[in-house]
Structure formats: structure tokens, C-alpha cells
Design a protein around this ligand. Structure first.
Ligand SMILES: [Fe+2]
Ligand SMILES: [Fe+2]
Length: 313
């Protein structure tokens, strides 16, 4: 076969795998655009897991009891693990992890808009678990069927852990809602601050999401941003009711015809500004990540030296 015949055969094989809803594996041929889309998405996902340790990590030394501290510690450590799986998945596509970290630190790759916001009270720990990890589950469960094998397989374990995160948050909030009036107000305040940023986590409205169509054709994405946002709202409204909190949206109402909730529009200008690095904690998050990276350089040097020695012997 000539080179161009080989390429056509490879492209046909790729299309067949995608059409049959089977998995593409790292050694399979894939179009460059598919590879680059996945590297960008998985890197952004990995960065979000690692940066996402910060808002709650700040509360580890101030948790109100040993029980709360051990739960929170386990959760924050899980997020570190998610970041590691995902960087590894990106490496199977030929990406270099050190390079991805540099891109994050230089602002060339992004992390989720949600982690640009501060966690100002301990109720935020509960609300992040309930809403933010709840939204992460909506986003990530369909990724278990992503067409790229290593990403899909990583998501299975990640989703199991996310469901623990969501539960621990909700359980913390139930405890606080059964506490004092001040605690209930603290929960409501946290819900008011996190609700809209959580809805933004699903990304811009479908008509402003140019990559969605191609990603869906490739089986990377299974649902549009608006579909997932709707699913999240429908799932969360009864939970808010059971908890006794009000979601801060005057337009939120059950629509009998659609058999779904109508709800208001997030502030997309705020979203655009946050993504560009003008969020309340954008600068701090990167500064903390950079310091952690620099403080950890001796670990990388030691690991590299060990690796060299092991290869020699
Ligand atoms: Fe996670
Ligand atoms: Fe999580």
C-alpha cells in the first residue's frame, strides 16, 4: 500500500471504531485534531482537580471536629488522585506532564471557572460537595463512555469517588441545617454564592459552544452543555427542598409541558471574565500552585536521580 492508501485505511478504521461506539486506544491511529482536543480537555480537567484542592484545602486546619477533618482530608486527597489519573491519561496521548503544568502556570491552559471562587465559611465545604461535586458527577458520568479508552476508564473510579464527595457535602449540610439559626443562615449564604458559579461549570450555552458538535461526533462528549445543566437543575431542586434551602433564582419553576425546570440565565459576562483570569481568586490559585510546584522540585529531582540509578543497575 502507498502512504496515502495506508492513511485512508487508518482513517476508515478510526471512523469504524467511533461509529461502532468502541474505544480508541493510545496506540491506535487517530486524527491530529482528535488527539489535540483530548489533550486540551484532559489537561484542563487534570488542572481543575489539582487546583480544586485549594478552596477546601484551606479548611483542613480549621475543620470543627476530627470526623469532619478526616472526611475532608480524604476528599481533598481524592482530588489529587483524580489529577494524577488524568495527567497519566494525557500522557498516553503523547503529552508531557511537565509541559502541561508549565502551561497551567503560564496561563496557557485553563482550569474550571468554579475554582476561581473563594470558600469563605465551613458551610462552603458542604455546598461545594453538594453542588460542585454534584455538577462534576453530571459532567463526568457520560465521560465513562468517552471514545478514548484511558480517559473513559479513569472516569469510572473518579465518578465513584465524586459520589462520596457529593454525599459528604450533603450530609454536612443536613447537620448544619439541624443546628442553630446562625448555621442555617451560613448554609443559605453559601448556597446563594455558589449556585450561579455551579451552573456556569457546564460551560457556555450550546449556541456559543463551537466545539461541542465535533466532540459529540467523536464520542468525546455525549451531551451538550445545556442538556447537562438542565439535568443538574432537575436533580438538585428536590435536594434543596429536602435540605430546606432556597436556590437564589426567581425564575426557577417546574414546567409541566417540558417535564423539567425553567431557570434563569447565569451571568455569562462574569463567566468569560473569570475564565480569562479575572475571578476573585484567579491570581491566588495560580500563585499557590506555582509555590507548591517550586517547593516540590526536590522530590522530582530525587525521583529522577533514582530513576537514572535504577536504569544503570
Ligand atoms: Fe475530582
Ligand atoms: Fe470531587
Amino acid at each position: 500500500m502507498t502512504t496515502s492508501e495506508t492513511q485512508t485505511a487508518q482513517a476508515m478504521y478510526f471512523d469504524q471504531i467511533i461509529d461502532a461506539d468502541h474505544r480508541i486506544e493510545p496506540r491506535d491511529w487517530m486524527p491530529d485534531a482528535y488527539r489535540h482536543t483530548l489533550i486540551r480537555q484532559i489537561a484542563q480537567h487534570a488542572h481543575s482537580e489539582i487546583i480544586g484542592m485549594q478552596p477546601e484545602g484551606n479548611w483542613l486546619t480549621r475543620a470543627p471536629s476530627l470526623r469532619r477533618k478526616s472526611i475532608l482530608l480524604a476528599k481533598v486527597q481524592d482530588e489529587a488522585g483524580h489529577g494524577l489519573y488524568l495527567y497519566s491519561a494525557a500522557e498516553t496521548l503523547g503529552a508531557d506532564r511537565a509541559e502541561l503544568t508549565t502551561k497551567l502556570l503560564e496561563g496557557k491552559q485553563k482550569f474550571s471557572s468554579i475554582f476561581h471562587y473563594p470558600a469563605t465559611t465551613f458551610a462552603d465545604v458542604g455546598v461545594i460537595g453538594w453542588l460542585v461535586d454534584g455538577a462534576a458527577i453530571c459532567n463526568q458520568v457520560p465521560l465513562c463512555r468517552c471514545s478514548f479508552g484511558p480517559y473513559a476508564r479513569a472516569m469510572i473510579r473518579v465518578c465513584k469517588e465524586e459520589s462520596f464527595h457529593q454525599r459528604q457535602g450533603y450530609e454536612l449540610l443536613i447537620t448544619m441545617m439541624n443546628g442553630t439559626q446562625a448555621q442555617r443562615e451560613m448554609v443559605q449564604d453559601a448556597v446563594n454564592r455558589w449556585w450561579w458559579p455551579t451552573l456556569m461549570m457546564f460551560g457556555p450555552p450550546d449556541e456559543e459552544s463551537p466545539n461541542t458538535e465535533q466532540s459529540m461526533r467523536w464520542g468525546i462528549k455525549r451531551h451538550t452543555n445545556d442538556e447537562l445543566r438542565q439535568r443538574f437543575v432537575d436533580m438538585t431542586v428536590p435536594q434543596a427542598k429536602a435540605l430546606g434551602v432556597t436556590l437564589p433564582d426567581p425564575n426557577l419553576a417546574w414546567n409541566e409541558d417540558r417535564q423539567a425546570h425553567d431557570f434563569g440565565e447565569p451571568d455569562w459576562e462574569e463567566f468569560a471574565a473569570v475564565i480569562k483570569g479575572s475571578g476573585p481568586c484567579s491570581v491566588e490559585r495560580i500563585a499557590v500552585r506555582r509555590a507548591a510546584h517550586e517547593n516540590g522540585s526536590w522530590v522530582r529531582e530525587a525521583a529522577n536521580a533514582f530513576g537514572r540509578k535504577a536504569r544503570r543497575s
